[in-house]
Design a binder for this molecule. Sequence first.
Ligand code: TRP
Length: 458
Amino acid sequence: MTTRVLTGITTTGTPHLGNYVGAIRPAIEMSRREGVDAFFFLADYHALVKCDEPARVARSRLEIAATWLACGLDPQRVTFYRQSDIPEIPELTWILTCVAPKGLMNRAHAYKAAVDANATSGEDADAGINMGLYCYPVLMAADILIFNANQVPVGRDQVQHIEMTRDIGQRFNHIYGAAWRGATGRDDDPFMLPEVKIEERVATLPGLDGRKMSKSYDNTVPLFEGGAKAMRDAIARIVTDSKAPGEPKDPDGSSLYAIYRAFANENESAAYRDALLHGLSWGEAKQKLAALIDAELGEAREKYARLMAHPDEIEDVLREGATKARAIATPFMQKLRKTVGLGTLAVTVQRRGFKKPTGKRARLASFRDDEGFRFRLFAADGEELLLSRAFGDPKALGDCTRALLAGDAITAIETLDDTRYALVMQGERIAVSSAYPDTNARDAAIARLHAALDSLRG
Ligand code: TRP
């Protein structure tokens, strides 16, 4: 059984060493585990809640994407995408907004903290608070519920949001569960409720001044930005006491040892601690720390620099990620729209015994050739979108097209090269596209395929 693990990264800052140890490294490690189906995304709509500087949001998206890829995230294995590339997310957000209890949102920590700050400074309770902050948890619920994530690894500060996601999902299931089962013929609930996963093991890293490493305290060690020099310069600024070389040092009195431990194995940590107790100078201790971090991150830093110089490559990776993600989100939203009463009118009319509208629609055509039984999928304007593989008999072909049209088989789009894509169902490649001149034309054809499948599924 696979576990779908999903997490988002808000794109407002530049990754620092604390982000690496606390979030990036454990998430990438987890994505490599057997049985884990990881979904990692750039929460760039969330960034707009906190930041109205376009250049900063744009830069942060690039830096964060480059960082995760440089640190070894494998985009073939992980579904890695941008929130803003998935229009189904804001669409679901609205539907959830209409079932989310307002009183629940009143209790959100981030909103309450802003109201409290206004009260303290004698301002109107809602001064400077936008609806984005207020509805933040609903957008987050949509991020999670749209992919039916099983687990959401987050820091402690986000736990309440996951609880709210469960509340909102449960409420939707309660209100619309029967309608969903009626609309889809399934016997489950629309949403699975995610578990919160707090990585207890991962300590937060202290910053230069010993407080938690955080952008808001301005005490961070940059991860890749500024190169090795920026990292060494920051390490040189880690606060220590004034003990001279040769004097015994208290390893626990400075951030140095804590940061060292985050990169060392037990023996190395013990040796470092011992050296400090026996008078290692702070200067040498800092050099040892920088060397240790370089050993783990030196190569990744080079990869980061290369990626930052080729934003188009990152763009391609993220677009492919969005295509993978939308192969799930689009059919899911199709069902959900039907569930809440926003499905196509044509179906309603048909059910009442009226004639099918004659307007052109996408269609599937089955045929036989020397190799067996196949189908072609045509868009409404007659464009051929897909040619299936050959099936041994008409029944196998029929089972396949029925499952495809029912929309409940797990389908995905796999790009074969820059010019072609394949439709994969239950892990098997069932049809391939024609060849298009370039990736843009190919991606546009993928979008037309989604539209055609949507219209066939009605
Ligand atoms: N709010 C999260 C944070 O600031 C980021 C985020 C957005 C997220 N959507 C999510 C995390 C969905 C997990 C799941 O850290």
